[in-house]
Design a protein around this ligand. Structure first.
Ligand code: NAP
Length: 233
């Protein structure tokens, strides 16, 4: 049975809400929305929930087709944010097929499947779908083929979805951050890189907030958020 979300607030469903960028987005949207916090780790999701006035927890592995099909999802969704994602990889010569598969299962197939399941709910609300992509969805570097290919696929998915849903009053936003100060970001610079140039997860959340709050006649189709290299304020 589909649960009712007993809240007078608009509903935002955020995947990857247990930590990192998704958590920051959930905390920001939680100022105005009832947030459905999605991830695999119940304890971390409940910790985020504890910081919000009005939120619920949905434990879900987005790569698990059966669990997405069985999930109790809201009937109206004003904002759907896909932040759950995995990274990592090596050169094409050294990549193994299992890693290609697991990355695409989370970063692409999981997003596509959950989006399809939630589209009626997003249409019902005239809502906004936000896909947390990456700079790696705009350009690729050595050792990044798997992650980049998944994020390029996600960008194409966003572009197609945006055109398909334009007439249905659904907005689709593709957000492309540089390196962000999260577990994943630290993994990305562990063998070199510039920790001082990391963006904060709250900065990405502010970009998402701007896209969500944009007047209804406008949509922020693509947002590339890069370090300014100015001193942090
Ligand atoms: P993170 O700190 O590693 O967090 C990843 C999140 O994804 C966690 O909440 C994790 O939840 C969730 N997740 C992973 N696999 C999942 C699955 N199968 N089912 C459900 N949830 C799953 O990463 P992050 O830095 O916040 O990254 C968030 C998004 O931003 C990703 O899409 C990433 O590609 C993108 N991005 C990150 C950076 C960066 O530098 N950090 C830069 C550009 C783009 P649990 O493990 O608790 O289930």
């Amino acid at each position: 049975m589909t649960p009712s979300y007993p809240s007078s607030r608009p509903v935002a469903l955020v995947t990857g809400a247990s930590r990192g960028i998704g958590r920051a987005i959930a905390l920001d949207l939680g100022r105005t929305h009832h947030v459905v916090l999605v991830g695999r780790d119940r304890a971390s999701l409940e910790s985020t929930q504890g910081e919000l006035p009005d939120a619920s927890v949905l434990v879900l592995d987005v790569a698990d087709e059966a669990s997405v099909d069985a999930a109790d999802l809201p009937e109206e969704v004003d904002v759907l944010v896909h932040s759950a994602g995995v990274s990592g990889g090596t050169t094409v010569a050294e990549e193994d097929r299992a890693h290609w598969r697991t990355t695409f299962e989370v970063n692409v197939f999981g997003v596509a499947h959950l989006t399809a399941r939630l589209l009626p709910a997003v249409r019902a609300a005239g809502g906004t779908i936000v896909l947390i992509n990456s700079g790696a969805g705009l350009f690729s570097t050595p050792g990044g083929a798997v992650y980049s290919a998944s994020k390029f696929a996600l960008r194409t998915f966003a572009d197609t979805l945006r055109e398909e849903e334009r007439e249905n009053g659904v907005r689709v936003v593709s957000v492309h951050p540089g390196i962000v100060d999260t577990e994943m970001g630290h993994g990305a610079i562990s063998d070199g890189g510039h920790p001082e140039r990391m963006l904060q997860p709250e900065t990405i959340a502010a970009g998402v907030r701007a896209a969500v709050d944009a007047p209804p006649e406008a949509q922020f189709e693509m947002m590339s958020i890069r370090p300014s290299l100015s001193p942090k304020g």
